[in-house]
Write a new protein. Structure first.
Ligand code: MN
Length: 258
């Protein structure tokens, strides 16, 4: 049997499960809110074109609109000024091999439950590797916080001084880049912590990952259903010409180890 024969048989037989890491696109799902002087992202919107009626008797369909960065979505290198000159840095130009690969899940749920401004530190990455082995080059690394269980205003967690939500410290981003990861994902509305404007550098996940030609995923869910290592992530964004990101379906293949 070929590798792909083995995979499709394992999928059909249930030994490999497909886990959906995606929130439903819905007008009520929160999008990031920037200070008022900046442009704002649009929420998801759906308008009926016809519904088996005089506008189209046998068919139903919708027009949809949204920001590239609405809902569960992908960040391309050109999203950030540091990545503006990255070769093939837009969603239509990225090598599609980047959209499928091994995934490591670092469980920060205990820390994030105790501290909404929790930041991932290099020591936790090293502790994860001591338990599960080195993070392989080309891996996606996801930060589990269980933040996806929050709803409405609690999800953005905005206060007078901005958003309060967990994310990676600058040194953690450096450590992940040292491992040669391909991308980093979170359950929050952005790859950076809510207060990351005050970090050095500001927004380290955006600034350093995209500057290095790496990718981001945010608004993920169901990370608690993934093993720390051994799963495969599938995350192809829409092929938008010059796109800085895109809503997408994010799936993981998880093997049941007997
Ligand atoms: Mn984004």
């Amino acid at each position: 049997m070929t590798v792909l024969d083995t995979l499709t048989k394992a999928l059909a037989g249930g030994r490999v499960q497909v886990v959906d890491l995606t929130h439903t696109l819905d007008p009520d799902f929160p999008v990031i809110v920037l200070p008022a002087e900046f442009g704002q992202c649009a929420r998801f919107r759906m308008d009926e074109v016809s519904a088996y009626d005089h506008r189209g008797p046998a068919w139903k369909w919708h027009n949809i609109s949204m920001s590239e960065h609405t809902g569960t979505h992908f960040d391309a290198p050109i999203h950030w000024v540091t990545g503006r000159d990255v070769a093939n840095g837009s969603t239509d130009a990225i090598d599609p091999a980047a959209f499928i690969g091994p995934v490591c899940v670092i469980d920060c749920s205990v820390g994030a439950a105790a501290d909404e401004d929790y930041t991932l530190q290099p020591a936790e990455i090293e502790a994860w590797e001591a338990a599960h082995g080195p993070i392989p080059a080309g891996a996606w690394v996801l930060m589990r916080t269980d933040w996806s269980r929050r709803q409405g205003a609690e999800y953005l967690n905005l206060r007078a001084d901005g958003a309060h939500s967990p994310g990676p410290s600058p040194n953690a981003v450096r450590a992940l880049l040292d491992r040669g990861i391909i991308g980093f994902g979170t359950e929050c509305v952005g790859t950076d912590a809510g207060q990351a404007a005050h970090f050095d550098p500001p927004y380290p996940a955006h600034a350093m990952l995209h500057g290095a030609g790496k990718y981001g995923l945010q608004c993920l869910k169901n990370l608690d259903k993934l093993p720390p290592t051994g799963a495969v992530l599938i995350c192809p964004p829409l092929k938008i010409r010059g796109g800085t990101g895109s809503p997408l379906r994010v799936l993981a293949l998880v093997e049941e180890i007997a």
